[in-house]
Design a protein around this ligand. Structure first.
Ligand SMILES: CC(C)(COP(=O)(O)OP(=O)(O)OC[C@H]1O[C@@H](n2cnc3c(N)ncnc32)[C@H](O)[C@@H]1OP(=O)(O)O)[C@@H](O)C(=O)NCCC(=O)NCCS
Length: 219
């Protein structure tokens, strides 16, 4: 199912797990998009041109179509978000990584640091990954990814419904963003974000390896 540029990326991954995560994301994207478009997955063109360097490692798009995609992988999870006519971003994070002070200071705004200050370490780590997934989902929705500085935006406290409260970056405006947390299972935090003023309803579903046959469109 891989196009030549994807095949090159696939082969460049040294670790088998990274290869498989990449492959799974692209197979999912092609399969779901193909079903939506009514074409075989192999006929779906994914353009992931990086606006900075022109390589095929940016946000995937389907040229000439309003189906929007976002892919994320972490640990044992590979996620795909799809929407029609609305820019979306998906982020999945493994919460078993360490979340020391350096990472907190890099990712959280002053108001967010205040919200997690004084919490027990385990709770602070959980809240941090909730923030991180919500923030990165927003940044991926813009197509800029982490070129939007994580500290340039402030989100609602992690226990509150997810929302962008303030942004110092032109690409994100609290009036035209929506965020929804996903259930990615034990050991993961995940969120999907959209650039919209109309709210966001997410239908989440799980695929397991054995379910892939069910996704194959009939030809
Ligand atoms: C996108 C980015 C946030 C990835 O974060 P991550 O936590 O390592 O990885 P995730 O698994 O959540 O997401 C990776 C996926 O995001 C997508 N993606 C890549 N660039 C993206 C972007 N700018 N915006 C949104 N999504 C992007 C891709 O689909 C990628 O998966 P794939 O290439 O296997 O299909 C990060 O790589 C980034 O900010 N890149 C853009 C900035 C940059 O470095 N630009 C200069 C490159 S020359």
């Amino acid at each position: 199912m891989l196009a030549p540029a994807e095949r090159t990326r696939y082969e460049a991954y040294r670790r088998p797990a990274d290869r498989l995560r990449f492959l799974t994301g692209r197979v999912l994207a092609r399969t779901v998009a193909g079903r939506y478009l009514g074409v075989p997955p192999t006929s779906v063109e994914l353009d992931a041109t990086c606006p900075d360097c022109g390589k095929q490692h940016g946000k995937p798009r389907i040229p000439g179509n309003d189906l929007e995609l976002s892919i994320s992988h972490a640990g044992q999870r590979v996620g795909l978000a799809v929407a029609v006519g609305t820019s979306i971003g998906l982020d999945v994070e493994s919460t078993s990584r360490s979340s020391g002070d350096d990472l907190l200071n890099y990712a959280l705004s002053d108001a967010e640091l205040d919200a997690v200050a004084g919490r027990p370490a385990a709770e602070r780590a959980r809240l941090f990954f909730t923030y991180w997934a919500r923030k990165e989902a927003l940044m991926k929705a813009t197509g800029l990814g982490l070129k939007v500085p994580l500290r340039s935006i402030t989100l609602a406290p992690p226990e509150a419904p997810p929302a962008l409260l303030a942004s110092a970056h032109d690409a994100l405006d609290p009036a035209t963003t929506a965020i929804v947390d996903l259930d990615a299972g034990q050991g993961y935090a995940a969120a999907v974000a959209a650039l919209t003023a109309n709210g966001l309803t997410v239908n989440q579903r799980w695929w397991r390896a054995a379910d892939f046959g069910e996704l194959k469109p009939s030809r």
